[in-house]
Design a protein around this ligand. Structure first.
Ligand code: CTP
Ligand code: MG
Length: 376
């Protein structure tokens, strides 16, 4: 198995995009573009190259991903690539895939096709797409001359190379100004194989490209469930879906025993693969004795937000004979919406009895089950 490393260059200023932050750190469908690009290479070791002074932005964008500290690039893309290649030298891979941070939509297929071309013996591999629009060149005289688009192709990244060969080429031609790594490889006489690129592998360059990229990304929608039960004890009220409700009994629990909010909390944690409520708020922890459960739900919502997620919808079903949920339904919806900071129309509260059957039927306790849908 050849050892493959990925070099993602993110040291540009993004001047043409004119966004507040350099474009690679701007959010694209909820996540920093650089993070999306790194995630597209999941499973490969990735080295990121950033601009001087971008350490903090990069740390935020890459938080939680298993990538080594970014290295600092240069004034031109070419310099950034060379510095990145040098950073890989101490543990040199067989192949390196050089990719723009500004191409977050690269597919697994393009990546694998580049790798396959290298495995088949090419020195380099270049994904390209045919130019399908009619092309014209602007002249100094104000005229637009038709360019024959036949045989014209647009070059994309990742451009893959035998690491030792492209590194040597970069060192030898550091002074020559070229637009991509394949151009440099050709100067060094390397054999480059074309592979098929993809239209959707766009380079986010101008502001309007963000909207295009977002529409191409579509939605990563996750749904998960949550379930909770608490037992009745002596008392005169219970907490249910964030409301204090007078009742003939109380509910037993380490916190305020709000089964509704606990079930929704677990559903949200499930959507982002973050374990369950007991893991975040262990019953053994004195801090949570008698705690208000809205804090648990608020925490789950902030974990969703930290992952760039948006809560589309939560739905909870309360299972008990008493108290009657109906009279409280609207207030419960409003409370849950308030805690999650979403519209009430995205919250659903339902209730059912179990016709006298089982522990809920015997009025021994209350159960709740919830579903949540999150867009990441
Ligand atoms: N890049 C880099 N180092 C530079 C210049 C560019 O690592 N000195 C990276 C960019 O961050 C980007 C990729 O090379 O991921 C392609 O460059 P481009 O799309 O031109 O990005 P910018 O140079 O940042 O944008 P602009 O040219 O509009 O300023
Ligand atoms: Mg540039």
């Amino acid at each position: 198995m050849p050892r493959i490393a990925v070099l993602i260059v993110a040291a540009g200023k993004g001047e043409r995009a004119g966004t507040e932050l350099p474009k690679q750190y701007e959010r694209l469908a909820g996540k920093p573009m650089l993070r999306r690009t790194v995630e597209a290479f999941g499973g490969y070791p990735v080295q990121v190259v950033i601009g001087a002074g971008q350490q903090e932005l990069a740390a935020q964008a890459l938080a939680g991903l298993s990538v080594p500290s970014p290295v600092t690039g240069g004034v031109t893309r070419q310099e950034s690539v060379r510095l990145g290649l040098e950073a890989l030298a101490k543990d040199a891979p067989d192949f390196v895939l050089i990719h723009d941070a500004a191409r977050p939509l690269v597919s697994r297929k393009v990546i694998e096709d580049v790798v396959k071309a290298l495995e088949a013996g090419a020195d380099g591999a270049l994904p390209m797409v045919a130019a399908s629009d009619t092309l014209r060149r602007a002249g100094d005289d104000g005229r637009w001359t038709l360019v024959n688009r036949e045989n014209l192709y647009r070059a994309q990244t990742p451009q893959g190379f035998v690491y030792a060969k492209i590194t040597k080429a970069h060192r030898a031609h550091a002074g020559t100004d070229v637009t991509d790594d394949v151009a440099l490889a050709e100067l060094a006489g390397l054999k480059v194989q074309m592979v098929e690129g993809e239209e959707k592998n766009i380079k986010v360059t101008r502001k309007q490209d963000f909207a295009l990229a977002e529409s191409l990304i579509g939605a990563d929608v996750r749904t998960a469930s949550g379930y909770d039960v608490h037992k009745f004890k002596d008392g005169d009220h219970i907490w249910l879906c964030g409301l204090k409700i007078p009742h003939t009994h109380g509910l037993e629990g380490h916190s305020d025993a709000d089964v509704g909010l606990h079930a929704i909390t677990d559903a949200l944690l499930g959507c982002i693969g973050e374990g369950d409520i007991g893991q975040h708020f262990p019953p053994s922890d004195e801090r949570w004795r008698g705690a208000a459960s809205w804090k648990f739900l608020d925490h789950a919502a902030s974990l969703v937000a930290a992952k760039g997620g948006t809560i589309n919808h939560v739905d909870v079903t309360i299972i008990c004979e008493r108290p009657k949920v109906g009279p409280h339904r609207d207030a419960m919806k409003a409370k849950i919406a308030e805690i999650l900071k979403i519209e009430e129309s995205r919250v659903s509260v339902k209730a059912t009895t179990t016709e006298g059957l089982g522990f809920t039927g015997r009025r021994e306790g209350i159960a709740a089950q919830a579903m949540a849908t999150v867009r990441l």
